[in-house]
Ligand binder design. Sequence first.
Ligand code: UDP
Ligand code: MG
Length: 323
Amino acid sequence: MTNYPARNSADATAPNISLVVPCYNEEEAIPVFYEEAVKALAAVGERFELIFVDDGSKDGTLSVLRMFAGRDDRVRYLSFSRNFGKEAAMLAGLQAARGEYVVTVDADGQDPPSLIPQMLECVASGEYDCAASRRVNRVGEPPVRSFFARGFYSLMKRITDIEIIDGARDFRLMNRRYLDALLELPERNRFSKGIFPWVGFATKWFEYENIERKEGKTKWSFWKLFLYSLDGIIAFSSKPLAVASVFGVLMFLAAISSIIFVIVRKLVWGDAVSGWASTVCVILFCSGIQLFTIGVLGSYMAKTYNEVKRRPHYIIREKSRWI
Ligand code: UDP
Ligand code: MG
């Protein structure tokens, strides 16, 4: 078995691998996940810790976590004062992680912990700083959702400088160097699908077939996903602002040509009161575009407003002894 360098060799009890698991209403999924994760990590033979972050769950998630932390020293948990979202939960877990190698993984069984030994081997070899996973198909997903997801990824490819991989999951293993770089990013609007490629480093991709979640149900409605994708676009691209300006220029050119047309028509044919219907159309069209562009500007302003308020990403209500 490979020997992985421990982060803090002075502290013989420090774990070498940390698993960060965001949980929102996962009381049924956690026990199954725990078994699988412990089995996969036991095969590696290194000291590890499981950090569960209860993201303001409304079911018995917290009591399940208390129970596991009570009987297994390797389990630690954080519990938020309310639901702050998966991004905040992952951040809290990453900040609490003590390992040299840190893994972010979902509790619902869609990210197979059995892949961890392979990912670890690849990063520990030193060739890569991060091992990420992507699903190669979208089995079990509604076709409309897949259609929009594909559209989103191809749009992102065109309008941002970073490469956001289609089907990339948040299931990743990273080394300390990568994690420290990630934690340097102070922004509140954390779109991790973009933040990960933004920090760079050498990433190895592991591919696997989509696995449907085992217990409970997904927390992502279509609307929530749609808003999340807008967040991503605004966080990583200022192209929509450019589109707004292009619209402005096009409208200006259209206005100039119409003015020329009206003057010429007046001089050549004289004038009659006609064309009010088309005037109304033009007014509607222009005000539509104006509202759209104001909306685009407003979105960036709202994000800026959120950033300057500098509110904490999350508030912790309870934590286990070791955090
Ligand atoms: N999750 C969370 N906070 C939320 C929503 C989800 O911590 O507000 C967790 C959830 O418990 C799970 C992971 O994030 O461990 C992924 O959630 P889900 O399975 O609903 O998303 P999907 O797999 O469909 O992307
Ligand atoms: Mg899931």
